[in-house]
Every structure is written in C-alpha cells, then in structure tokens.
Design a binder for this molecule. Structure first.
Ligand SMILES: [Zn+2]
Length: 267
C-alpha cells in the first residue's frame, strides 16, 4: 500500500506490505524538490513506481541499506533512469545483497540488487541544498540529509521516539547517542525531523534532547540494578515489566533486552 501525504513542500510516501487488509509495518520515503529519499520495500515497488512516473524526480538517496529503504531502487534505475546515491559502506550491500531474517523477508522482502553511487558531501536540488551527515548507530552506513535554511532533517531510522524501549540486536546505542548529539549541534534553531517511521517532529531538537535525557536516566537505573547483581533480563523486567511482543515475532532481533544489555555497565 502507498499513502501520499503532502506536507507543504515535502511529500511523504507511506508504504508497507498489505496482508488481509492490514499494513504490516509502515515505512516512509520523502520526495522534496525532485529529490527522493528512500524507496520503500520490495512489496511496494509497483505502487511507488506508478506514483513516481507522474512526478518530477531528479535523483535518489538511500538513507541506509536496509531492505525497507532500497526496495524500488532497481525500478527507479531501469524504468526512470535515475542515479541513486548511498553511503560508501552501503554500496556493496545494495549491490550484492545481504541475508534477511524470516520476519524481514515476510514484512519487507528481498530487494532487487542495484549499483548505486557514493554520496557527495552535499546534494543540490533546484531550490535547496542538502548536507549529507554521517550518523552511524542504527546501522554503520546511516546518513541523514539536512537542509540548513529550511531546518529540514530527513533522519531515516536514527530517531524513533523520545522513550525508545526496543533495540535491534545489530544497533549500537552509543553510536545512536553520538549521532543525535551531532544533530543537536546543527546550526538551525528549528529542526524538523522527517522520520522513516512517518512521524514528523517539528521541534526535533527538543525531542532529541528529551530522548538523550531519557537514555541517561535509563543507563543510571540499569547501572544501579546491575550493582545489586541483577542480570539483564531481571533488570528489563524490573524497569519495563516485561519483554515486547516483537521479541518472539522477530526471533529476538527487536527486544527490550537488547536495549538493557547495551546500557549495562562495562567491566
Ligand atoms: Zn533501518
């Protein structure tokens, strides 16, 4: 399914695989001034392709290599003849592929492989200039695009919510923190976050500050309980009550335990 939301100059493209009338998981791509940021998953290629054929699109950026951000790359290259750019670390993964877990295959599917180009430092469109900022943490190849005058920040999967409770097994919470601190220091009074979950956060700096404070508190709580010799699962249950339902559904790839384990004090 594809839903198009027009947010002023920014067009938000919400996409997800539909099963029995329900969309399993929404991922957002954005189209702004001829620049397409991310291309959805393998199950929404036709819908996105059909929409893009009627739009003026000049170039495409993948925020990172994950399968729900590169799905329509091959269509875009072959049918629309557009160039696609990504972080150098993403290029071999998008070109050669990478294994998906069972749930990822079901929800997003395997994207067709494509050659993409390394991102320049700045992406220029007709009216705007988007700075490419490396923001590892969610993945090593994650970038965000920042338009200084507008205060737009297309933040991919870097920022999820102020009180994040689950983490992917392959995410690095310290990387996420460092990347958010980098965004906090951007020269824009008002930063609007356009997230890949579809949430648009008008006061992005306040939201990120609140998330960083939440994490500091959480790290302290975890350290306190670890000091009382509680294990990571015991700490999880103590603070959050229980594990998320996403943990069994994803074979533990998404879990509260991942977050707690990463916040445990190191020896
Ligand atoms: Zn991702």
């Amino acid at each position: 399914m594809l839903k198009v939301n027009r947010l002023g100059e920014v067009v938000q493209l919400m996409m997800g695989r539909e099963m029995e009338g329900t969309v399993l998981y929404w991922t957002a791509a954005y189209l702004v001034d001829g620049l397409l940021i991310d291309t959805g998953c393998a199950y929404t290629v036709e819908e996105l392709g059909g929409f893009l054929e009627k739009q003026e699109v000049e170039l495409v950026v993948n925020s990172h290599h994950h399968e729900d951000h590169i799905g329509a790359n091959a269509f875009i290259k072959q049918q629309l003849g557009l160039e696609i750019y990504a972080h150098p670390l993403a290029i071999p993964l998008i070109k050669n592929g990478f294994p998906l877990l069972e749930y990822q295959e079901m929800v997003w599917g395997y994207p067709e492989l494509t050659e993409v180009q390394p991102l320049p430092e700045t992406i220029r469109t007709k009216h705007y200039s988007f700075e490419v900022i490396e923001t590892p943490g969610h993945s090593l190849d994650h970038i965000v695009l920042f338009e200084r005058e507008k205060g737009w920040c297309f933040s991919g999967d870097l920022f999820v919510s102020e009180n994040l409770k689950v983490l992917r097994a392959d995410e690095d919470i310290n990387g996420i923190i460092a990347s958010l601190e980098k965004l906090m220091a951007l020269p824009a009074e008002e930063l609007t976050l356009y997230t890949s979950l579809g949430r648009v956060v008008p006061d992005g700096k306040r939201a990120m500050a609140s998330f960083l404070e939440y994490l500091r508190d959480l790290r302290q709580k975890v350290a306190g309980l670890a000091g009382e010799s509680l294990t990571a699962p015991e700490i999880r249950d103590h603070i959050f009550g229980r594990e998320t339902q996403m943990a069994p559904l994803t074979g533990g790839h998404f879990s509260v335990l991942n977050l707690v384990e990463q916040l445990m004090p190191k020896e």
